[in-house]
Design a protein. Sequence first.
Length: 219
Amino acid sequence: MMRPEWRISDGLVPYDEALATMEARVADIRAGRAEELIWLLEHPPLYTAGTSSRPSDLLQARFPVHVAGRGGQYTYHGPGQRVVYTMLDLRRRRQDVRRFVSDLEDWTIRTLARFNVRAERRDGRVGVWVARDGREDKIAAIGVRIRHWVSFHGLSINVEPDLSHYGGIVPCGISQHGVTSLVDLGLPVTMTDLDMALAETFDEVFGAPAESKSLQLSS
């Protein structure tokens, strides 16, 4: 199995452009015309609605709202948040959707551990959480779509977004808990720091081809 291509986009990528790129790449992966892709980027401020979203969870449409087609409910994307789109061929890995979502959570947890953040799963709540000051805050969201056993969409990790932007929605349909970021936790982590940690921990979860032991990041 060849290692996925890793792509890092500078600037803010419009959501419609990203969705069209993912759709095309998924089709090419399925047809054998392209390799898997891990795409790291940032979006301009926007909300996305997953397949389980409830209209009542959109409290105020402060930013454009996009129907995402992924699993999950409402979430926010914006500057300072690393979005990780994972286009992986599960026919060549494990054809198990629950396991794939669990692997994405594990990848996120291992990545955050590089910065001494104890991030955890919670039963009944997809995503990754941090316990702090007697409460639990979400630091990473996960929402995927599988088409003919090729995945797209993926996860987002809060590095230093404007957390007040979450006020326009009930994030992931959960009103009892808040959201946080690495910088909000007092950690001066850069986007580059996070990208390197994601690269280093990917093989721990998803496996590395025997013929390749190094990972190249390209912009």
